[in-house]
Design a protein around this ligand. Structure first.
Ligand code: FE2
Length: 189
């Protein structure tokens, strides 16, 4: 891999987000860049970026900006591996490098007044993101979903660019109507 190329990507991404305060403007500017990155990813990524874990999906840090304004990860999904129901607290742009990433969405019915209980979510649509697809999300209200790969499909690998260090997010217990803040290290899943 050539680090200058990846750094070039991140520098370009930072230049596109600089001065854009609306997250919707950021993902609008970055989605085409992610499309390009998917095409070049084979030459840019290293073997450790394809690391998987037997028990849960793997999150591999590719690049984090020194000013914490951006972070880029690969996520490697073995058959049957899923996230919990979660949000992001950030904008994000996702591109699929390999396989089909499945996204099951939720809609929040109760207003978000900052409380971690009394949260009512309804199941919404499903999206199948094939190799080469790009999707994105913005916060406030945050995008709530489950992503993963059903047991009957092969491995998927996706690239995730976020507008911050992805060191925390909320997970939701739908039956209990609660959410919980999860803190994690960059290289943890
Ligand atoms: Fe997500």
């Amino acid at each position: 891999m050539s680090l200058p190329s990846l750094q070039g990507f991140v520098a370009h991404a930072q230049s596109l987000t600089h001065g854009r305060s609306d997250p919707a403007d950021c993902v609008l500017a970055l989605a085409p860049l992610m499309l390009e990155l998917i095409e070049r990813a084979g030459a840019l990524l290293e073997p450790q970026h394809y690391r998987s874990e037997p028990d849960h999906y793997a999150r591999n840090l590719v690049y984090d900006a020194p000013d914490a304004s951006l972070s880029l990860y690969t996520l490697v999904w073995l058959p049957g591996q899923w996230t919990p129901v979660h949000d992001h607290g950030s904008w994000g742009v996702v591109g699929v490098l390999e396989g089909v990433l499945e996204e099951r969405n939720y809609v929040r019915l109760s207003p978000d007044r900052g409380a971690d209980e009394g949260i009512e979510l309804a199941r919404s649509g499903v999206i199948l993101l094939n190799r080469g697809a790009v999707t994105s999300f913005v916060p406030n209200p945050d995008h709530i979903h489950v992503t993963g790969v059903p047991a009957e499909r092969p491995r998927a690998v996706s690239l995730h660019l976020y507008g911050r260090m992805m060191n925390s997010f909320n997970t939701y217990d739908i039956a209990a109507g609660t959410r919980q803040r999860v803190l994690l290290q960059h290289n943890e899943s």
